[in-house]
Design a protein around this ligand. Structure first.
Ligand code: GUN
Length: 305
């Protein structure tokens, strides 16, 4: 049976605005130089370029000095490590962000390990990952941290609920599971090898979709009234749109008019009548990732020695 009450939308853009404002005020309280962020963008991945531009603009607006180092895709591993070592040693740099994915030539783990854990505003260094999993977080990865802020802003309870995280990436799935566990949810992490994925997801009071597959989560994955958080950001054209999404008049019309559309991992139009609460794409989780980066950068400035 489907609900007659339309799903409630969580406005990530609005919550992000509040966090950005809070970060701006906190930035003014840092003694000495304003907080600063050095971003490394290696190669010319168009999505990464767009993300870095929006992070940099948001930092500026929050009174954070952001500097983007654009490096060629064929930069040697040694040269990238030397850049990171220089940022680690530079007392005027508070936060360091390596935009991912890196070009294939680079060993991502080795590069992330090289970042000073006290400047690791992405929370990807093993020291910060360990602290998070021990329940004493320092820098928490921005996307899952933003999702927790979003749920808190809408007073959505976590404790005692069944949560299913779809995707086990180091950036979203794993830290999301750790944060939900720390808040007393009963958490299941699903992935490509999970048997009967829709049935496992249907157990969820809270479903977080972070698998990078456009429109993958359909009605059969969603329990009636569930909270569904869509982390996906997929750029679609009519060539690569999955057939289920093309059933949506809204998506077909946008593709006809603009030739492209941004969609999440959730088939929004399909699940909207079933889910109780859901996040839109764009305007859901995306803006929170940026806001939490500002939060983490101001925190890094507070750790200056
Ligand atoms: N690529 C996709 N998401 C992220 C993120 O949160 N941080 C970085 N550095 N790269 C990403």
């Amino acid at each position: 049976m489907t609900s007659i009450v339309p799903a409630r939308l969580l406005d990530g853009a609005a919550v992000s605005k509040t966090i950005r404002q809070r970060s701006r005020e906190a930035a003014t309280l840092i003694p000495g130089l304003p907080p600063s962020l050095r971003v490394f963008l290696v190669g010319d991945n168009p999505a990464s370029q767009a993300y870095v531009a929006s992070k940099s603009k948001a930092a500026d607006e929050a009174g954070i000095r952001a500097e983007t180092r654009r490096l060629p895709a064929d930069l040697s591993a040694a040269a990238l490590l030397a850049e990171i070592a220089a940022a680690n040693a530079d007392r005027s740099v508070d936060g360091i962000l390596i935009q991912l994915p890196l070009p294939r030539l680079h060993d991502t783990a080795k590069v992330l390990d090289a970042v000073d854990p006290r400047k690791d505003v992405d929370g990807f260094h093993p020291e910060n990952v360990g602290l998070l999993h021990q329940g004493r977080p320092r820098f928490v990865p921005c996307t899952p941290a933003g999702i927790i802020e979003l749920l808190a802003a809408y007073e959505i309870p976590i404790s005692g609920r069944r949560a299913v995280v779809l995707g086990r990436s180091d950036i979203v799935g794993k830290p999301m599971a750790a944060l939900l566990t720390a808040r007393d949810a009963t958490v299941t992490v699903c992935h490509s090898k999970t048997k009967d994925l829709p049935a496992v997801c249907r157990e969820a009071d809270l479903l977080v979709a972070a698998i990078g597959r456009p429109g993958f989560v359909t009605r059969e994955f969603v329990k009636e009234g569930a909270v569904v958080v869509d982390v996906g950001i997929n750029r679609l054209t009519s060539q690569n749109a999955p057939p289920n999404l093309l059933r949506s008049e809204r998506i077909r019309r946008t593709l006809e008019e603009k030739g492209r559309i941004l969609v999440g991992d959730v088939d929004f139009d399909d699940i909207a009548p079933v889910a109780g609460t859901l996040t839109p794409v764009p305007g859901g989780v995306g803006p929170l990732t940026v806001a939490m980066l500002l939060h983490n950068t101001v925190k890094a400035a507070g750790l200056r020695s």
